[in-house]
Design a protein around this ligand. Structure first.
Ligand SMILES: *Cc1c(COP(=O)(O)O)cnc(C)c1O
Length: 490
């Protein structure tokens, strides 16, 4: 692609006096502009690019084509993957009847929206085997914090105030220790065994009456099912602690088993991963929190409840830990999740876990002769390679990830989890076709061959992308986000 719009900033396309719009009638013209306070009036016209309509359209369309998205190609990003995002969900979440609502409207006028909220709440409880859910938290990490606040409220309600520690496995997602720390807990790390599961013998001596609970992901971030989960839950419960389940990625579990049945007391779900909201670039999200029977009263307010006349109400209660968000969470995301569950239905929802597992194992088995597989055996929805099998070429996981971009694939998650030096974490998700998986496998094998035959080619990648290898650290520390800053930087 090489046209006059490509790689240009909109300001560079500006021509003095060029116009590409017709403004709507100024509804404020009827007011006397002199009435506005002088300090609110602009002294100079804003410096806007002056461009015709087609230039604007082509500029932005070209720019969007430079972006990789789940709608343009395969996206095997482990752990934080965008899973299946049916387009009908977008339509449902933008229905004017919902988008036009105001959160302070009288409840009698928003019964439809409350029904969506209530039905999703009860569906999630059924799916996860817990008693009640709140949909109020805005993200996975926000759900973790809310769940840990429930844990704290529970111990406090029993005047058990010496429980200051939370146990977290060394394979955990980084948000787990961060949320526990924000909630005021001290973190105790429990080690993993060589097979990637929690070492029960390392856990035993950590358990005493200073433990508030334990946070786990199952299958864990290595994609391995924690088969000792029943024993672990029993040990933690015996010590008086609660079990917290990080259900950000619930897809391998759907239809297979329920966290509540495994002994978990509190959990969160990322609607923006498992239940289909595209979440690139940091949002939007929603992180519902569920609890087992006996902990419902601690959930945050407001809550949506069904009264004896089958009317939905918004309720506050005294035992609750309070409010964690404005109103009732992120309604657009809630709407998409509800639409997703109804679209798939019970039967197809049951297929999500088995298909996620099948796809991940297919890719893993097809590549393990060229990539180092540190943990053998059947994985669940994702798995981790420890870089290329042949380490003699000096080609790293970062190089492989960059070379994938040349072939039109999004890179897997790299250098996480921290258990391996060259971690390459792949999650194909449940809905990808065999042809897509075969295409990815072929390219991964090709890169392995290139790494041994022409390592410099891989180390210099990407070669075909709009921008080459960037200094990610500098870009994060000193982002250039305005034209003025760019002009200054040059
Ligand atoms: C994504 C993720 C989280 C955090 O979710 P956010 O919405 O990004 O805050 C927590 N745990 C696991 C395992 C995750 O994959």
């Amino acid at each position: 692609m090489n046209n006059v719009y490509y790689g240009k900033l909109i300001f560079e396309l500006s021509k003095e006096g060029r116009r590409g719009y017709t403004l709507p009638k100024n509804e404020l013209a009827q007011y006397n502009i002199e009435d506005l306070p002088a300090h609110l009036m602009r002294e100079q016209a804003p410096a806007l690019p002056e461009v015709d309509e087609l230039t604007v359209v082509r500029h932005y369309t070209n720019m969007s084509n430079n972006n990789f998205g789940v709608d343009t190609g395969f996206y095997p990003l482990g752990s934080c993957t965008m899973k299946y995002n049916p387009k009908i969900n977008e339509e449902m979440s933008s229905l004017p009847a919902f988008t036009g609502l105001h959160p302070l409207q009288d409840v009698s006028t928003v019964q439809g929206a409350l029904e969506v909220y209530y039905n999703l709440q009860t569906s999630l409880a059924e799916i996860s085997g817990l008693s009640e859910f709140t949909l109020n938290p805005y993200a996975g990490a926000h759900g973790e914090l809310t769940g840990l606040m429930v844990m704290k409220s529970y111990h406090m309600s029993r005047n058990d105030d010496k429980r200051t520690k939370v146990i977290i496995p060394d394979s955990a997602h980084g948000t787990n220790p961060a949320s526990a720390a924000v909630c005021g807990f001290d973190i105790v790390v429990v080690k993993s065994r060589p097979d990637g599961t929690v070492d029960v013998e390392d856990l035993r001596p950590l358990l005493d009456d200073s433990i508030a609970g334990m946070m786990m992901t199952n299958p864990n971030t290595l994609g391995i099912f924690e088969h000792n989960i029943a024993e672990i839950a029993e040990l933690v419960h015996e010590a008086g602690g609660l079990m917290y389940y990080d259900g950000a990625n619930l897809n391998p579990m759907l239809g297979m088993c329920r966290p509540g049945d495994l002994g978990f007391d509190i959990m969160h779900i990322n609607l923006h991963k498992t239940f289909s909201t595209p979440h690139g670039g940091g949002g939007p999200g929603d992180g519902p929190v569920g609890v087992r029977e006996g902990l419902e009263q601690f959930l945050p307010c407001p809550r949506v409840v069904l009264d004896e006349n089958y009317e939905l109400k918004i309720e506050f209660n005294d035992e609750s830990l309070g409010s964690v968000s404005g109103f009732l969470g992120n309604f657009g995301v809630i709407m998409r999740a509800y639409s997703y569950i109804l679209t798939l239905g019970k039967e197809n929802l049951r297929m999500v876990g088995p298909l996620a597992t099948l796809n991940a194992n297919y890719v893993k088995e097809s590549l393990k002769d060229c990539y180092e597989l540190p943990i053998e055996g059947v994985c669940k929805h994702e798995f981790v390679f420890d870089g290329l099998k042949d380490k003699s070429t000096g080609v790293t996981t970062l190089d492989v990830a960059k070379r994938l971009l040349d072939y039109g694939y999004h890179a897997p998650t790299i250098y996480f989890p921290l258990l391996f030096h060259q971690a390459l974490m792949i999650e194909p998700t449940e809905n990808e076709s065999k042809e897509t998986l075969d295409g990815f496998i072929e390219v991964m094998r090709k890169i392995a061959t290139e790494a041994s035959e022409n390592p410099e080619l891989v180390k210099g990648a990407p070669h075909n992308t709009p921008v080459r290898r960037l200094d990610d650290t500098l870009a994060a520390l000193k982002p250039v986000v305005t034209y003025a800053e760019l002009a200054q930087a040059e």
